[in-house]
Write a protein that binds this ligand. Structure first.
Ligand SMILES: CC(=O)N[C@H]1[C@@H](OP(=O)(O)OP(=O)(O)OC[C@H]2O[C@@H](n3ccc(=O)[nH]c3=O)[C@H](O)[C@@H]2O)O[C@H](CO)[C@@H](O)[C@@H]1O
Ligand SMILES: C=C(OP(=O)(O)O)C(=O)O
Length: 422
């Protein structure tokens, strides 16, 4: 196991190139199971999550070759049962369920458990596949999906108690593309990563309209063919670097981004008093003319404030001396594992149900802290950059799930930090 040792108090400045999106790559890699032909996927970030997904594809029978960020995948002959040992390591492995059901009419996938960000059910994924005609059974911790008849298109609503489901929409979409007739998904997730998956499926020959909105229409086709695709930039990685630039930067530019995907992040930073410059595929954050102000946000499905940016903005709020900020989490109401660790660094945070009330302190102080999940870990690193003294962030593997070379990228901006063995 590794930890990250961060020396606080340096100013960040410069340009950082953003990697391909983790949350696009995972379903897109899974979608290559839908054809016997070779698919070429570019800009896949080198992360433990994407590596697990590639291993799952291999175990299912696909040939996978990797040349840097470009994957060549040929799933000529595949099986329907996913290996438990790999699947349990990554919740997003659930997104092989849709393509296996679409192509083989059969899938066996281990039931994912909850995780530290809260309960993570898959009832809507299963409901969607059932609407298409698949039968679902649970047995021995596994989900067995089977359709004796060809799947049939239908109209469904995939909205749950907490709103739309991203991977649930992905799964249904991947099954529906090879289904007879028309499938209409109402209450679909509108996240850019769903749209990216749909764009890849369209290149494979699928007929899809409305991806990127809450109503997706799929006209089933008999088969899909190979295609090439470049994954969209990771809006959460980009947002994390912008918040780092706000916390302790004198001009930090993120390159190879889609500024439209970053709107809630840049709007929140502007409301806070930072200057933002957008040019082509770059966004730069700079200190504003006055002292930054507190801010208030509620997480919502896209285009609302992303839950995956909540922890990083909490870290920023901790550094705004004397200013009150509030962070309300409506998607994963228990996703506040970073709060006790930020408090260990001297933060002033009160929890009221699903809302963190954060009053900025004059100075955070370095401390040993524990990473608990991906974005909570990122928040701790951001707080550490601002803190007085040294912070050790333990359990670094959480960060390696979703940030490609975070430490190296921060070091190019001037951060002083190093990995070490636990
Ligand atoms: C790999 C990936 O893309 N992960 C993202 C994806 O996760 P993921 O797709 O797993 O998250 P969902 O969009 O499904 O979850 C949204 C909400 O719906 C609930 N729900 C979900 C499915 C279901 O069957 N029933 C149900 O009730 C969840 O508990 C949660 O409250 O979207 C989340 C919400 O933007 C992000 O935080 C994750 O980074
Ligand atoms: C919660 C996240 O990922 P996952 O859904 O894979 O756990 C995330 O990317 O912040």
């Amino acid at each position: 196991m590794q930890k990250l040792i961060v020396q606080g108090g340096t100013r960040l400045r410069g340009k950082v190139t953003i990697s391909g999106s983790k949350n696009s790559s995972l379903p897109i890699l899974a979608a290559t199971l839908l054809t016997k032909d070779e698919c070429i996927i570019r800009q896949v970030p080198d992360l433990s999550d994407t590596n697990y997904m590639l291993q799952i594809l291999r175990e299912l029978g696909a040939e996978v070759e990797r040349a840097s960020g470009t994957m060549h995948i040929k799933a000529e002959k595949i099986v329907s049962d996913t290996p438990y040992d790999l699947v349990r390591k990554m919740r997003a492995s659930i997104c092989v369920m849709g393509p296996l059901t679409g192509r083989l009419r059969k899938a066996v996938v281990s039931m994912p458990g909850g995780c530290v960000i809260g309960d993570r059910p898959v009832d809507l994924h299963l409901k969607g596949l059932e609407y298409l005609g698949a039968k679902v059974q649970m047995d021995g911790g596994n989900i067995h999906i089977e359709a004796t008849e060809p799947l049939k298109g239908t109209t469904m609503n995939l909205t749950g108690k907490f709103g739309s489901t991203v991977l649930g929409t992905d799964n249904v979409l991947m099954a529906a593309v090879l289904t007879k007739g028309t499938t209409i998904i109402e209450g679909a997730a509108a996240e850019p990563e769903v749209e990216d998956l749909a764009n890849f499926l369209i290149k494979m020959g699928a007929k899809i309209e409305g991806a990127g909105t809450t109503r997706i229409v799929v006209e089933g086709v008999e088969e899909l063919h190979g295609a090439e695709h470049t994954v969209i930039p990771d809006r959460i990685e980009a947002g994390t670097f912008l918040v780092a630039g706000a916390i302790c930067g004198d001009g930090v530019m993120v390159r190879r981004v889609d500024p439209a995907h970053l709107k809630t992040t840049t709007d929140t930073l502007l409301a806070c008093g930072y200057d933002i410059a957008i040019s082509g595929d770059t966004v730069t954050v700079m200190p504003g003319s006055g002292d930054p102000k507190g801010f208030h946000f509620t997480t919502r499905p896209y285009p609302g404030f992303p839950t995956d940016m909540q922890a990083q903005f909490c870290a920023l709020a901790c550094t705004l001396q004397g200013q009150l900020s509030t962070a309300r989490e409506t998607i994963f109401p228990q996703r506040f594992m970073h709060v006790p660790e930020l408090k260990r660094m001297g933060a002033s945070i009160e929890m009221e149900g699903d809302t963190a009330r954060i009053t900025g302190v004059p100075q955070l102080s370095g401390a040993p802290v524990m990473a608990s999940d991906l974005r909570a870990s990122a928040a701790l690193v951001l707080a550490a950059l601002n803190a007085k003294g040294t912070t050790e962030v333990h359990r670094l593997y959480h960060i390696d799930r979703g940030y490609e070379h975070l430490d190296e990228k921060l070091a190019t901006l001037g951060a002083v930090l190093q990995r070490a063995k636990e």
